[in-house]
Design a binder for this molecule. Structure first.
Ligand SMILES: Nc1nc2c(ncn2[C@@H]2O[C@H](COP(=O)(O)OP(=O)(O)OP(=O)(O)O)[C@@H](O)[C@H]2O)c(=O)[nH]1
Ligand SMILES: [Mg+2]
Length: 399
């Protein structure tokens, strides 16, 4: 195996030297930093690839920073080599698992290298990444917000740029249902705040237009008391209330009711009545056929759950969402990342159940300000390991 050492004052110049002599396929076996000098040991032949694991262990024992990375990986955006051992070697489960752990090791080490590099060369971006992690933003959103930073020398200005970009990414739609009316069905998991949001929207309608022209419908919720709860609200606001046991009976009810200005449909919890996805699909198709669907998403949802739920609703034809329980959330990053990633516009937010004040039209700048305020109040400082793991497999090493 042919090995060669290169030294340079920094990683970038060291890589440039290697690339100019060996092209992009040279394999970095290990790197070491000593007294302001970066030392790269590279190999240029296939044998090195096959022995990468042994070299990895030896290099680690010798205190090297990172090992066995093709030069081209360090110079391109997606940094992790697809597999450093040729596919012909793979086969048995043991080798596969060995390959997986090796790949993971490489990803981690490469990410650590990239993170060190980023904190040194672009400290403002590195600080912002720390802030994103503590805001609870997912890494795709964090990475794309960083692209809006035009100046890498002033933290406050760069922070302002990313917050403006963040606010711009949050879609909102106007409060059309309490101004112009329409048919709006609310869906959401059990206890997400559907009935409370219906109450809030209905109360806003009455304040603005009086009770005329509005109806409330309870659909697909056979629980004892579900209709009574809605009927009590209707009596309070002077709005007629109806019930259908199955969502598929809604079109016939609307035909019977004739022209209405505002129809608010409070549905039974989505997914709780049937595990049969075809029933769920039919219900969504019915709701789409009569008007718009808004998903009710509590801000207290765990980030991954929020992302999955928002994506599922977007696929089902939901076109708006209502963020509830803002008063109980310790972080808004998960919810806001989820709606941005699903391209779901927010229409209302709720932060309590007092009528009608606690339901308001959603405003992206207010939500971003609240997300930042919650981070300042409850945010945990993101530790270095978390930040490194957020870089795995995707960092632009050469920014
Ligand atoms: N703190 C707080 N509580 C809320 C909010 N929205 C709803 N709630 C409370 O959450 C509980 C459930 O709210 P509902 O409106 O009944 O939720 P739902 O989605 O209709 O529930 P199901 O019909 O049982 O699926 C109630 O106790 C509400 O008072 C909110 O924004 N903040
Ligand atoms: Mg309810």
């Amino acid at each position: 195996m042919k090995m060669q050492k290169y030294t340079a004052p920094d990683m970038r110049s060291a890589l440039r030297k290697v690339r100019s002599e060996h092209g992009p396929d040279a394999l970095i076996l290990w790197t070491r930093r000593t007294a302001g000098v970066v030392e790269l040991t590279v190999a240029t032949d296939p044998e090195a690839v096959a022995n990468a694991e042994i070299l990895t262990q030896a290099a680690r024992a010798a205190g090297a920073d990172t090992v066995a990375i093709p030069v081209r990986s360090v110079s391109r955006p997606v940094a992790v080599p697809p597999a450093i051992i040729p596919p012909a070697v793979a086969g048995s489960a043991a080798i596969d698992s060995e390959l997986k752990s090796l790949r993971h090791l490489l990803e981690t080490q490469l990410a650590a290298l990239a993170w060190n590099d980023l904190t040194r060369r672009a400290p403002v971006k590195a600080s912002l990444m720390r802030e994103f992690a503590s805001l609870g933003l997912d890494r795709e959103l964090g990475a794309s917000l960083l692209e809006s930073v035009t100046s890498d020398d002033e933290l406050d200005r760069a922070r302002q740029q990313v917050l403006t970009a963040f606010s711009g990414r949050l879609l909102t739609i106007d409060d059309r249902w309490t101004t112009r009316g329409g048919v709006l069905s609310l869906v959401g998991s059990p206890g997400s705040g559907k009935s409370s949001a219906v109450a809030g929207i209905a109360a806003r309608w009455v304040l603005r237009n009086g009770p005329n022209g509005a109806v409330l419908v309870s659909a697909g919720d056979p629980r004892f008391g579900a209709f009574e709860q809605l009927a009590r609200l209707g009596r309070l606001l002077g709005i007629p209330t109806y019930q259908v046991e199955e969502i598929e009976a809604l079109p016939a009810l609307l035909t019977r009711l004739g022209e209405q200005r505002l129809v608010l449909v409070d549905t039974g919890a989505t997914g709780s009545r049937s595990d049969d996805p075809s029933v769920e699909e039919r219900n969504f198709a019915t709701l789409r056929s009569i008007g718009s669907i808004a998903a009710v998403l509590p801000a207290t949802l765990q980030a991954t759950a929020a992302r999955q739920i928002a994506a599922r609703y977007a696929r089902s034809g939901v076109t708006a969402c209502i963020a509830t329980r803002l008063d109980e959330a310790a972080s808004l990053g998960g919810l806001l990342s989820a709606v941005i990633s699903a391209a779901l516009p927010l229409v209302y937010v709720t932060d309590g159940t007092r009528l009608p004040d606690d339901l308001r039209p959603a405003r992206s700048d207010e939500l971003v300000a609240l997300a930042v305020a919650l981070q300042e109040r409850h945010g945990n400082a993101a530790d270095e390991d978390l930040l490194v793991s957020r870089l795995e497999g995707r960092l632009h090493v050469a920014s």
